[in-house]
Design a protein around this ligand. Structure first.
Ligand code: PEP
Length: 247
């Protein structure tokens, strides 16, 4: 899987043009999943632009209620209505700037699943946590709390995104990433058995067309969640092609 997180970028025309470029230039790629995650207000426009193609739509966040007096929030039902099949949950920017807690993330995951959306759960350590050598501890707690009370994880995707690598141009080495991906898969195996083998674990953090080739060689790296490089058609398509070649 390659998912593009457009964050708070693009204008409507750019969003439509980018989506169409990706549709046209990945038509021959049949293996794997390509997911686009535009800002909320462009979901319908992008949904229209990718209609009839193999590309899937994702939101960048959601609230954990269906409807009601929650000014400014977007419900999972609305996301489905807009054509989403996926939703990113717990992105580190939401944890950092919008006080997203593990408890909220757990509620959102449960609600997404019960609404029929596939969550892309983001986890990852800060630089300080990595330097203290507590990466696995931090990621382990994030996953444990996010999945609390969830019995079936077959529709969940996990994205390991070290915070120090997001938007910094400093990606984790393939070996550093693989170590954490392996840890995540084995942690999942302990609780969910062999479903762990089918779990997609994406790497995110300064992925480019130049570094994706060596990352995707790693046994437990099943794809990428891409921020900056997903905003340029050519680089995003390049990443998709390199992932498709290896899988
Ligand atoms: C992201 O926001 O999920 C991300 C990985 O961003 P970037 O690729 O720009 O580091």
């Amino acid at each position: 899987m390659v998912a593009g997180n457009w964050k708070m970028n693009t204008a409507q025309d750019e969003a439509k043009a980018l989506a169409k470029y990706i549709v046209v230039n990945t038509q021959d790629i049949k293996n794997g999943e390509v997911v686009l995650s535009p800002p909320f207000v462009y979901l319908f426009a992008v949904s229209d632009a990718i209609k009839g193609s193999h590309i899937k739509l994702s939101a960048q966040n959601m609230y954990f209620e269906d409807k009601g007096a929650y000014t400014g929030e977007i419900s999972p039902i609305m996301l489905k209505d807009a054509g989403c099949q996926y939703v990113i949950i717990g992105h580190s920017e939401r944890r950092k700037y919008f006080n997203e807690t593990d408890e909220n993330i757990n509620l959102k995951l449960k609600k997404a699943l019960s609404t029929g959306l596939k969550p892309i759960l983001c986890v990852g350590e800060t630089l300080e946590e990595r330097e203290k050598d507590i990466t696995e501890f931090v990621v382990g707690i994030q996953i444990k709390k996010a999945l609390y009370g969830i019995q079936d994880i077959s529709n969940i995707v996990i994205a390991y995104e070290p915070v120090w690598a997001i938007g910094t141009g400093k990606n984790a080495t393939p070996e550093e990433a693989e170590e954490v991906h392996f840890f995540i898969r084995e942690m999942i195996r302990k609780k969910y058995g062999n479903t762990a083998d089918k779990l997609l674990i994406l790497y995110g953090g300064s992925v480019t067309v130049d570094n994706i080739g060596s990352l995707i060689e790693m046994k437990d790296i099943d794809g990428a969640l891409v921020g900056g490089a997903s905003l340029k058609g050519e680089s995003f398509v390049g990443i998709i092609k390199k992932v498709a070649e290896k899988r």
